[in-house]
Design a protein around this ligand. Sequence first.
Ligand code: URA
Length: 243
Amino acid sequence: MERLQKVIARAGIASRRKAEELILQGRVKVNGRVVTELGAKVGPRDDVEVDGIPVEREEPVYYLLYKPRGVISSVKDDKGRKVVTDFFKDLDKRIYPIGRLDYDTSGLLLLTNDGDFAHSLMHPRYEIEKVYVAKVKGIPTGEQLRQLERGVKLEDGMTAPAKVKLLSTDRRKNTAIVEIRIHEGRNRQVRRMFAAIGCDVLKLKRERYGFLDLKGLRPGEYRELTPHEVKLLRAIALSGGRK
Ligand code: URA
């Protein structure tokens, strides 16, 4: 048995708090009857409706995909380009990515059908640490790297403090490999941060998401998260994401 608000949230209809409001507003029915108690629990066979629309009761699933470059972080694309859910052709559940990686970015991407879980991981205040490795044009100076660490001004505001490490340089080709750890997840954030210090990103890969990495996977491959990993991610997100 599970709490009604959790079932509604997991179906991606609303956050858990919004789901509680829906219940209090009398918009939720269980087996045809309006339920307004927040403590109510439902089993897998109970019919739940929100505003008269049945709530899908799929078993929650959680995957870690090694997204290759040249794939859209979406469930469909108007231009017919490859999307991340194309790697899960035989799955009979409607999963979607938690956040996004750019078309040209490779690396670790989580997918789920658990709206509540996705929502808590993407909450801007609680975002989990992500580690990116960027190949950039130009060799950033120590001062430029410190600027990235302190925060740079982007058109949507200053970035939060980051951790930055110069991994290698190629003086002949005038390129560098830089690791950057951030908690935020703004659109094209890493590319824009490097642009702000005058370096173009030539290649970008997300190597880690919290304690998760890509070990054992090649581009296009995925694995299921273990129940323990799911539990830990939830705990990290709820405790403020600083792990
Ligand atoms: N930052 C970017 O610029 N691109 C991504 O795909 C992820 C983070």
